[in-house]
Design a protein around this ligand. Sequence first.
Ligand code: BDR
Ligand code: CA
Length: 317
Amino acid sequence: MRIILDTDPGVDDALAIMYLAAQSDAEIVAVGSVHGNVPAPLGALNALRVLELVGLNPPVTVGAARPLAQPLQTAEFVHGDDGLGGHAGDPPTGTVAPGSAAEQIVRLARANPGELTLLALGPLTNVALAVLLEPDLPNLLRSVVVMGGAVTVPGNITPYADANFYHDPEAADLVLGAGFPDLILVGLDATEQARAGSEWLASLAAAEGPRASFANKLLDHYARFYSNMFGEHSCTLHDPLAAAIMLDQKLAGYREMPLSIELNGTHTRGQVVSDLRLISSDAYITTSAGAGRVPVKVVETVDVPTFLDQMLKALQL
Ligand code: BDR
Ligand code: CA
């Protein structure tokens, strides 16, 4: 699988890069950073840092500096001031590639029609801009996997929204309505099932090698944040799960539905809106949510033990 990675590293983004680097059937063709966990320029440097650690050197471009229609808001309280839990270390050796992340997506998709999979692990600003630049993008990409949203479960950054969609609701709505024929949504519905618990974290702490040791350091700050929130030693591996499902769709069970994003709610901006009533009767009031949109594959169930096992193995290379 040849992948364009759109990301806001970010601890779990960094772990997703490390996971992908360990898979022989995955090639990261290019990376774009986006505002989100940290500002986009820092995200690009962090992507370079992690890629260098795992011996990869795809081009890394800087993406959108802010959301489409709201001020920039970042999440250092989850990921640390440097986005890597305080362990970013020295600057990377490499430098960012010229151009923007959205332009890079468009250029690569046009040059390789039907071949590339887009894995979006941050707010969808770059992807939305790419759709605006190239309206035929849905037909030029092979598939799209998005980590974001909370369809049937509570949000994380607000009671209703996950951080990625909350950080750019307009972009999320634009992408979900763009007509991508094969879009998998790995939301909190899936990722909250796949928490790494104390046993898994202890196995990682005991593992040897530069990747395991870096992953351990990264998880310091991040796992402390999540452990405080959950009341037990654990954390959620959002972005690695999306990467794993992209490479092995049999890891998950799906339900197809058209989706919209709440843009005007007083309390619910950024929430995924879907019609879960499973009815098609005129007796009920229909909703405009998702109306006329191509359904997306929402991940409902996850083979958690297999995923956590694969993740641990990937970090021990
Ligand atoms: C998502 O938000 C970010 O904090 C994480 O990196 C993940 O992509 C989870 O809501
Ligand atoms: Ca992310």
